[in-house]
Design a protein around this ligand. Structure first.
Ligand SMILES: C[S@@+](CC[C@H](N)C(=O)[O-])C[C@H]1O[C@@H](n2cnc3c(N)ncnc32)[C@H](O)[C@@H]1O
Length: 286
């Protein structure tokens, strides 16, 4: 396929209205309208997130629409798909290990809505939310706004009613403002909670965590076995001695729709300590 054809397939008409987004998301659920919407190459830019945040919608509707928009974005090979409080088994097991004052870091948290249950129950512990992308840096212009991925990948050029996704890599200028990816329900209910940029492969946390949660990120669908091992090594470096790494996944293939592994850091190394429902990575750590 030629570069122009690829460019056109990535790009398309774009109207960043929350009302239109609601219609679009409903349309995706019907196989016929889905086909039509996808054939029309309809796009949304990060501006839709700001428009949802500024809308007068009720809090819960706003939160659901914001997460619905996040489901349309990608971070490299991973989708940003998320849903509210989706890992209850993992959260319960993880909170049972959290001592007062512990630092719990949730990685790859998308817009943070998946941490709603954890944040509501983590009394006495500090919770830091993180993702490869915490925001989309942008540079506004009179006719066009340029949006960048936080991993340095050039994202898109937003013209009135058209989004051109160039696919080229280019770093944003220093100090560029960002569209925050934190769900407005989380920032409204937990004003102290921050969404930090943290790459599971290479990131260094400001201080070592007592518990790290990584839900729906370390999947064989997104990463190779070697990449998963590399990420786990880096997450281990970011853990305190005696700390825990929870790797979990939601999938109908598991009993209760969820499975997790709990690895404990002892003598500088991670070892499998608990597991629930046979997570697909279980054999990696046995
Ligand atoms: C499917 S979403 C899961 C979101 C949330 N954890 C949940 O369970 O609903 C995968 C997330 O992983 C993030 N991600 C992908 N690569 C990453 C990396 N190298 N470091 C940190 N996060 C990453 C994506 O940005 C995305 O938000």
């Amino acid at each position: 396929m030629s570069d122009i054809a690829k460019l056109l397939l990535r790009s398309g008409p774009c109207w960043d209205s929350p009302a239109w987004l609601r219609v679009y998301l409903a349309g995706l659920k019907n196989p016929v309208s889905r086909l039509l919407l996808l054939a029309l190459r309809i796009k949304f830019s990060p501006a839709v997130l700001e428009n949802i945040r500024a809308s007068a919608l009720p809090e819960l509707e706003k939160a659901a629409l914001f997460s619905g928009a996040m489901n349309l974005f990608r971070a490299g090979t991973a989708f940003k798909t998320t849903a509210a409080a989706r890992s209850p088994l993992t959260d319960t097991a993880l909170l049972a290990k959290a001592r007062p004052g512990a630092l719990i870091v949730e990685t790859g948290v998308s817009d943070g809505i998946s941490a709603l249950g954890l944040l509501g129950q983590a009394a006495g512990a500090e919770v830091l939310l993180s993702d490869l992308q915490a925001g989309f840096p942008y540079v506004g212009g009179p006719l066009c706004t340029r949006y960048y991925g936080t991993d340095g990948a050039y994202l898109s050029l937003k013209f009135p009613l058209f989004l051109l996704c160039t696919g080229r890599r280019s770093a944003p200028p220093a100090g560029a403002p960002e569209v925050s990816l934190l769900n407005p329900l989380i920032s409204g209910q937990f004003p102290a909670v921050k969404l930090a940029a943290f790459d599971i492969f290479s990131g260094a946390l400001p201080r070592k965590a007592d518990i790290i949660k990584c839900a729906n990120v370390l999947n064989l669908q997104y990463f190779s076995s070697a990449e998963i091992r590399r990420a786990v090594e880096n997450l281990a470096v970011n853990l305190n001695e005696g700390g825990w790494l929870f790797i979990s996944q939601n999938n109908p293939k598991y009993k209760e729709g969820e499975a997790y592994l709990a690895l404990r850091k002892e003598g500088g190394r991670l070892a499998l300590s608990e597991e629930k429902n046979g997570h697909e990575l279980l054999s990696f750590f046995k």
